[in-house]
Design a protein around this ligand. Structure first.
Ligand code: PEP
Ligand code: MG
Length: 372
């Protein structure tokens, strides 16, 4: 247990003095956040919000939103979801006690919240007091042949801005409440799956307007950032322009790997074994980012992003990674090499990432800074 004292704690202390990379965690609940802090996490690099919509009352409201006929109907359903969402964020901010918390806006395709079987659809119709045919029609309408390339990520709030508004309001009003209670907070709003600068610009400006209005009305000062994920190859290619609109980048290497190789992240079982055996690939690219292609895109994304931000705003672009690779030692070494600011991984991998970050730093001649 790396949270206890003793030799292991001493070793981790040395690692922390040697490393340059910060280590954050991917956490969606206050319990995970607290566990990760025990393991030494220095913030949350990815809070996925989709899991928060599956609780009993929440899923009913979520479905009401998806099945609503118009924007007013969607807003009414979202208003039911907002207090739950706000409560989630209050819990996470409290658990992180002033450390940065990156919250990603809703990412998955909406059909994931609707049942695809007849019986489930009948239940939803009954719950919402609508004809079952309506549920079936909506499921049919939302059906996609390639959902991972479909109506998800930032495309959702571009089409339905009220969804993004609800989440931004919940994040900022939670931060305001926590701040009012005397704690510090550092929310970072993260917009997923952008491929064009315009997507980010539209959503960022809308988020800032809403957040600043809430903060001004509250009378307390809350600092927050708005940034984006780099997980579509095009976003890495135009990273200099993206960075003009982003206060931070976080590489979503699960999607980035999927889209760079054209390998579905959920469907590699049938061929990856052969590919590795036949040495078509040196390593499973979903395990390590230090592989030609994805690695190049990341390196380019960091460099162009930093240049773009500096040129336009004269400031450092904060860059991290939040895909599964963030807890893989070789990938952590790669993140160190390309000059990222932090890696983010699951709570139990935090100690591994701390050690890997220290090894990477020492391997290039870094010294253990004893006075840190
Ligand atoms: C990613 O794509 O790497 C990522 C962190 O997001 P998700 O796994 O939720 O798609
Ligand atoms: Mg992703």
């Amino acid at each position: 247990d790396p949270s206890v004292s003793g030799d292991f704690a001493t070793l981790m202390g040395w690692a922390d003095k040697a490393r340059k990379l910060k280590v954050r965690t991917n956490a969606d609940t206050p319990a995970d956040a607290a566990k990760a802090r025990e393991f030494g996490a220095e913030g949350i690099g990815l809070c996925r919000t989709e899991h928060m919509f599956f609780g009993d009352e929440r899923i009913v409201a979520m479905r009401k939103m998806i099945l609503a006929d118009d924007v007013e109907g969607r807003k009414a359903a979202l208003a039911q979801l907002e207090p739950f969402q706000k409560k989630d964020f209050v819990g996470i901010f409290e658990a992180m006690d002033g450390l940065p918390v990156t919250i990603r806006l809703l990412d998955p395709p909406l059909h994931e919240f609707l049942p695809h079987d007849e019986k489930g659809q009948e239940t939803v119709a009954k719950e919402l007091g609508i004809p079952v045919q309506k549920v079936k029609d909506r499921v049919e309408q939302l059906h996609e042949f390639n959902p991972m390339l479909g109506f998800r990520g930032c495309r959702l709030p571009i089409v339905y801005p009220e969804i993004g508004d609800m989440q931004v309001r919940a994040i900022i009003s939670a931060a305001i409440d926590v701040k009012k209670a005397g704690k510090s907070v550092l929310p970072e709003i993260m917009i997923p799956l952008i491929g064009t600068v315009a997507e980010l610009k539209i959503l960022k400006e809308r988020a800032i307007k809403l957040a600043d209005e809430l903060i001004a009305a509250s009378g307390v000062k809350v600092e927050y950032l708005v940034g984006t994920m780099i997980e579509i190859p095009r976003a890495a290619l135009v990273a200099d322009k993206v960075a003009e609109e982003a206060q931070f980048f976080s590489f979503g290497t699960n999607d980035l790997t999927q889209m760079t190789f054209g390998f579905s992240r959920d469907d590699i079982k049938s061929f990856m074994g052969t590919y590795l055996k036949e040495k078509i690939l040196p390593v499973d690219p979903f395990q390590s980012i230090d592989v030609e292609g994805v690695g190049q895109l990341i390196e380019m994304g960091v460099k162009k992003g930093r240049e773009g931000r500096k040129a336009k705003h004269g400031e450092h672009l904060k860059v991290g990674i939040c895909g599964e690779h963030g807890g893989d030692p070789d990938s952590v070494a790669f993140c160190h090499k390309v000059g990222m600011d932090y890696v983010s991984c699951s709570p139990f991998r935090v100690p591994i990432a701390r050690l890997a970050a220290a090894q990477a730093s020492l391997a290039e001649g870094g010294k253990i800074a004893r006075d840190k």
